[in-house]
Design a protein around this ligand. Structure first.
Ligand code: AMP
Ligand code: MN
Ligand code: MN
Ligand code: MN
Length: 283
């Protein structure tokens, strides 16, 4: 197991732990190099960096940007080694966050149509950063209110596809998101490619567009990848000359998925993205 984790969340977006707490948990579990990558938001990075420095954990400032590609595919692009104060990145991320409250009201109305009341208020009560209200907060509300057994099961019945609570949304463009990451000095990474409902041809088109925009890496190891996904994307990374990344995509204790702080070793064919990262110095 590698003691590296370059993708996880805090309560600055839809994680369950504060930035310092999630870094401390990664450290307790043996992590030596980590990146906090909250959705569309860098508000947790200062606290996370301070905790990482005090514990002697290598820290890389990150973000996970929501993207709409090819009109209809929602993708996530991770940025690693970003300067969170860069004006283009700051303005870009704010423009994505701005639509979330309105979307949440529409999600709530859609749930109300199937008899689920109070979802907006319920989800907001579970969200520590209101401008980052999202589907995970709604999922937690649906569990707490007794509508569904657990968060994973929520996404089988609600909040996706044509199911109640799903509201299509226009996120950033792919070239835009990669451009903000590069402007801010970061490396752009295609997050959890195994999760996208795309065959080989579409994945290839995505990689061409991504590289065209200046993207350089892809997650090979991810909490949401099977071993088959890992091997498939290791070969794809090699074939297309992409660096390989590894992250747990941890959100909260007890919500399933991989815990924070360590990841499976990359297959030997991979060139690790961390060969190109300069972690902030530990105190
Ligand atoms: P949003 O950015 O508001 O659309 O929320 C997306 C988030 O919902 C993801 O980052 C995950 O945390 C969560 N999510 C989406 N699909 C699933 C799923 N099938 N299982 C568990 N969590 C999911
Ligand atoms: Mn999430
Ligand atoms: Mn994601
Ligand atoms: Mn994530």
């Amino acid at each position: 197991m590698a003691t590296i984790d370059l993708h996880f969340h805090s309560n600055a977006s839809d994680g369950g732990l504060a930035p310092g707490a999630v870094i401390a948990r990664a450290h307790e579990r043996g992590a030596t190099l980590v990146a906090l990558t909250d959705h569309d938001c860098t508000a947790g990075l200062a606290e996370a960096a301070a905790t990482a420095a005090s514990l002697g954990v290598g820290f890389v400032p990150g973000v996970e940007i929501s993207v709409t590609w090819n009109q209809r595919h929602t993708l996530h692009i991770v940025g690693l080694g970003i300067d969170p104060a860069h004006p283009a990145l700051v303005a870009g991320l704010k423009s994505i966050r701005d639509g979330r409250i309105e979307r949440a009201r529409a999600m709530s109305a859609s749930l109300e149509a199937v008899g689920i009341r109070g979802a907006f208020e319920g989800a907001m009560a579970l969200c520590d950063n209101p401008e980052m209200i999202g589907r995970t907060h709604f999922a937690r509300f649906l569990v707490q209110a007794g509508h569904v057994r657990d968060v994973k099961a929520v996404f089988r019945k609600y909040l996706t596809g044509n199911k109640p609570g799903y509201v299509p949304h226009q996120w950033a463009g792919l070239a835009e998101a990669v451009g903000w990451i590069r402007a801010a000095g970061g490396i752009a990474v295609i997050a959890h490619p195994g999760r996208y409902d795309m065959g080989r041809t579409l994945i290839e088109r995505l990689i061409f567009d991504f590289k065209d925009a200046g993207g350089e890496a892809i997650e090979v190891v991810s909490g949401s990848h099977s071993l088959d996904d890992m091997h498939r994307f290791a070969l794809i990374a090699d074939r297309y000359g992409l660096l390989a990344s590894a992250g747990s995509d941890f959100h909260a204790p007890g919500e399933g998925g991989r815990d924070v702080g360590s990841t499976t070793d990359l297959p030997p064919v991979c060139v690790p993205v961390w060969t190109r990262l300069q972690p902030l110095a530990a105190a």
